[in-house]
Design a protein around this ligand. Structure first.
Ligand code: GLA
Length: 653
């Protein structure tokens, strides 16, 4: 009897196995696959070559790239998933990938770190009854360069509903922040640095229904305030500190806030905030786009929370060769003076336009003969170009290493790394305007250790983030390790905020929705705020949707970034996928981040002892601008996948 039942059962299984149909992974909708570079390929590698792992060729499969992520709805219809995974033989570099398979949130396969040339690892996972499959090709901790991740011969044995590639579970763009009220809310830094006697320009950031009438108590005599626009202009006062009380009043109410003007050697007492064209427009940038960005910075309300720089990146000069003939022409005039290309008919008129709105203008060049995109650089014209930028009225210079390596080959490190930046910083400091210097050399020679000392106001801490967007958590963790070198006057710069509509850095494409999920987009700005680093939005200002605007324009989030202490958060690891960030604020309270970079929601705790506080503390959800209550000992909550929960913790009154 017993034997008979067993025979029947195995017959049923055998029949089911026979009935099971094979569905290859590559037949699913691969546009749903998120990955750090390029687009998933059918039956070929990410480089569009035949699939091969350690000399073994595969007819079927998906060529992808770390960090890769594909969610598959199974609805209980699949019996098994099998595949052979590894790095494609054509990757041509030292890529490393960790392949993982998760079934209904549980890890069912982990390849460990896989290297090029390593034989494929076999996956064979039971899916009976399962609802949701997640395939991951993770960066193995060394960046995603050359991480060509192959899912070869990847197939489902299907006996019911066919598997479907689906969007990740948290794909809804939820607007968390309430709209600002009609009454005035004064924002912006509490301290502001300027050099005595130089031109002064400051637009008071203030939300609320216009018209608003602005006034100020204690304004130095050399400055005047336009009561209607809230723009303070004039000449920076003599060396010293002046505390000014700013007032704003409209039909709905009034507000006041203090601003300490510090006239001395230091600029950028808080991290610069603004917009930079690079990741939206690349070599398509024009004068009209710059003006439009300035317009939108004001009309969108971003200037009202403190964004003030409108910065041109590369490609505004002439090149010897370029796909756009209007960007080809003489590099300099017969006096050696740098010439903008035909898309920039009048640089002074452009900065006048930006300044008339109370905003600041940024420009870009390289210490080398050519910029990274092949346009005219400053080499052997440094003093002349610094003078030109001042004449034109710029307020910030991004100085990008690019081709400098070609002209300093015989020099010794670290001096050869420092020399061009010291030269430009000295020239700018002696000049007639306050021009902030951004050292863009990708973190070489531990620039954070000497960037401020030689007169820079910010320095890139790594390569172009546009190529590493899937690693924003890891980039932030690395940047936090440099927190000792971050503070008023000198800022670690992990590169621009890329949310909303951005171009694809690899292809310099037209702006469209970027690869980050809504949660990751919130996390981007949470991290940049907690790190007290420059926030330059680098998406398309002509297509700023409400969701993106809500993330960029939360005044309380920006307040954390602009806190006068200028402290970058300290990180305490919780486990390998989650960590706590704590940033001391000038008023004695704490900004806290609970970060979960894993694929599933996780319950995390911010214990008061790790914040250095005790007793009852009021916890505020900064994105929702809402108090969550008073808590003893700590605060515990569920953090969504790939998210940073941004909190403010203050003693309960
Ligand atoms: C480098 C920089 C980028 C951008 C481009 C312009 O890659 O790191 O931020 O300025 O050059 O060519």
């Amino acid at each position: 009897m017993f034997r008979c039942a067993a025979v029947v059962a195995s017959l049923v299984l055998a029949l089911a196995a026979q009935a099971a149909e094979t569905v290859y992974l590559e037949t699913l909708d691969l546009t749903k696959m998120r990955q750090g570079y390029g687009q998933a390929q059918v039956n070929q590698s990410i480089r569009e070559k035949p699939l091969a792992i350690a000399g073994k060729a595969f007819e079927h499969g998906v060529g992808s790239h770390a960090r890769g992520e594909l969610w598959v709805a199974l609805d209980g219809g699949s019996d098994r998933f099998s595949a052979s995974v590894g790095i494609d033989d054509n990757a041509g570099g030292a890529g490393t990938v960790v392949f993982q398979v998760l079934v209904d949130g549980k890890l069912r396969f982990d390849s460990g770190v896989m290297k090029p040339g390593q034989a494929a690892k076999a996956i064979d996972v039971d899916l009976r009854g399962a609802k949701l499959l997640l395939l991951l090709a993770e960066d193995a901790g060394d960046g995603i360069a050359y991480d060509h991740a192959n899912w070869c011969d990847a197939r489902f044995a299907v006996s019911g509903t066919a598997p479907r590639a689906v969007d990740p579970p948290d794909d809804q763009k939820v607007i968390l922040t309430p709209k600002p009220g009609p009454q005035p809310r004064l924002n912006g830094p509490l301290t502001y640095g300027c050099r005595p006697g130089n031109p002064f320009l400051y637009r008071i950031p203030c939300q609320g229904t216009r018209p608003i009438t602005f006034s100020a108590d204690g304004l130095p005599a050399s400055l005047r305030l336009d009561a209607r626009t809230g723009i303070i202009s004039g000449t920076a006062p003599a060396r010293g500190e002046t505390v000014v009380t700013l007032h704003a009043e409209n039909a709905a109410g009034r507000a006041q806030r203090s601003l300490k003007i510090v006239a001395g050697d230091k600029l950028a007492l808080t991290p610069p905030l603004g917009w930079n064209h690079w990741y939206a427009h690349y070599d398509r940038i024009t004068d009209a786009m710059m003006r439009q960005a300035a317009d939108v910075l004001v009309s969108s309300g971003l200037a009202d929370v403190g964004y003030s720089f409108v910065s041109i990146d590369d490609c505004w000069m002439n090149a010897e060769r370029q796909r756009d003939p209007l960007r080809v022409g003489p590099l300099r005039d017969d006096q050696g003076r740098l010439l903008p290309n035909k898309h920039f008919p009048d640089m002074k008129a452009l900065t006048d336009y930006i300044h008339a709105k109370g905003l600041k203008a940024g420009i870009y060049t390289s210490p080398g003969p050519r910029t990274c995109a092949g346009f005219c650089g400053a080499w052997q014209h440094e003093a002349q170009d610094a003078g030109t930028f001042a004449d034109w009225g710029f307020d910030l210079l991004k100085y990008d290493w690019c081709s400098y390596g070609e002209v300093c080959r015989d020099e010794q490190e670290p001096e050869k790394l420092i020399k061009p930046y010291r030269l430009m910083a000295d020239l700018l400091a002696k000049g007639p305007r306050d021009i902030q210097l951004n050292l863009c050399q990708y973190g070489m020679g531990k620039v954070w250790e000497w960037g401020a000392g030689i007169g820079g106001q910010s320095w890139r801490t790594g390569g172009d983030l546009g190529f590493e967007l899937s690693r924003i958590f890891e980039i932030a963790l690395r940047n936090c390790e440099l927190r000792a070198w971050n503070g008023p006057g000198g800022w670690n710069d992990p590169d621009y905020v890329q949310i909303g509509k951005i171009g694809n850095a690899g292809a310099m494409g037209e702006p469209k929705d970027g690869p980050l999920s809504p949660n990751e987009q919130y996390s981007f700005v949470s991290l940049w705020s907690l790190m007290a680093c420059p926030i330059f939005y680098s998406g398309d200002m002509a297509n700023l949707d409400e969701f993106t605007l809500n993330i960029l324009g939360n005044a309380e989030v920006i307040d954390i970034n602009q806190d006068p202490l200028g402290q970058c958060a300290a990180v305490s690891p919780i486990d390998d996928q989650s960590f706590l960030m704590v940033k001391d604020l000038a008023d004695g309270t704490k900004a806290v981040g609970l970060a979960n970079r894993g694929q599933f929601p996780k319950t995390l705790t911010a214990p008061w002892r790790l914040l250095g506080v005790g007793g009852k503390q009021t916890v505020r959800d900064v994105w929702r601008q809402k108090d969550l209550g008073a808590f003893e000992d700590g605060y515990t909550t569920e953090v969504p996948r790939r998210s940073v929960l941004l909190l403010k913790v203050a003693p309960t009154r």
